[in-house]
Write a protein that binds this ligand. Structure first.
Ligand SMILES: CC(C)(COP(=O)(O)OP(=O)(O)OC[C@H]1O[C@@H](n2cnc3c(N)ncnc32)[C@H](O)[C@@H]1OP(=O)(O)O)[C@@H](O)C(=O)NCCC(=O)NCCS
Length: 178
């Protein structure tokens, strides 16, 4: 997972995140998400990344840095309960570095790691208002699972994460190339 990144990111370091990275990653969220969802969106994002993610999921997660600057992160894990599945919990790329394949490179690493651990399916979810995330996951070969509701033509799982917290549910079959 942490072999050096290829061009054009050779100057960046890639490593497993540690608990010391928790607060620095929280500090970039609002800027990187562009305030999506207002104050409530900001609160929800921070709650998605408690310290335990950095304490217990480091081996299956990735952090890209340039000196002290955080450039990108991927928090994921091998499902303990579903032996065929892995899960990408949260991903972000510095807006200054987007659109050049870094997000895809992190996903490809996680896919390879998942395959190496016998996983055949990767799952992820996102908020229905996050159009960029939907486009990115679709481009990475994820299918948006059918749901009983639609938001702007995309199937939605109502109340997925609690009352009023609708989500898109993504699934990727690792035997398929994107
Ligand atoms: C989503 C995100 C991680 C993508 O990172 P990135 O490094 O810009 O993505 P890449 O350059 O690797 O893009 C991979 C593919 O997805 C497409 N894609 C990425 N973001 C897209 C967007 N906002 N709209 C449309 N397509 C997009 C790219 O065009 C590319 O397609 P290609 O292979 O045909 O060229 C990044 O935009 C981000 O951090 N967004 C904010 C955080 C977020 O929403 N995270 C996901 C929910 S947890």
């Amino acid at each position: 997972m942490t072999t050096p990144l290829p061009a054009p990111w050779q100057a960046f370091g890639v490593r497993r995140p540690t608990p010391g990275d928790h607060l620095p990653v929280l500090a970039v969220l609002d800027g990187w998400w562009g305030g999506l969802g207002g104050e409530e969106g900001s609160r929800q994002r921070a709650l998605l990344l408690p310290k335990l993610m950095f304490q217990h999921f480091g081996d299956s997660s990735l952090l890209v840095t340039s000196g002290d600057r955080i450039v990108a992160f991927l928090i994921g894990f091998l499902s303990p309960s579903r032996p065929a599945e892995s899960y990408i919990h949260f991903v972000g790329v510095d807006p200054a570095e987007r659109g050049r394949g870094l997000g895809a490179a992190l996903y490809e690493r996680f896919f390879a790691y998942s395959r190496a651990h016998g996983r055949s399916v990767v799952r992820a979810i996102t908020s229905p208002v996050n159009k960029g995330s939907h486009a990115f996951h679709t481009r990475m070969g994820f299918v948006t699972e059918p749901g009983p509701k639609e938001f702007e033509g995309v199937p939605v799982q109502p109340d997925y994460d609690g009352p009023g917290l609708d989500r898109l549910s993504f699934r990727k079959d690792l035997s398929r190339t994107r």
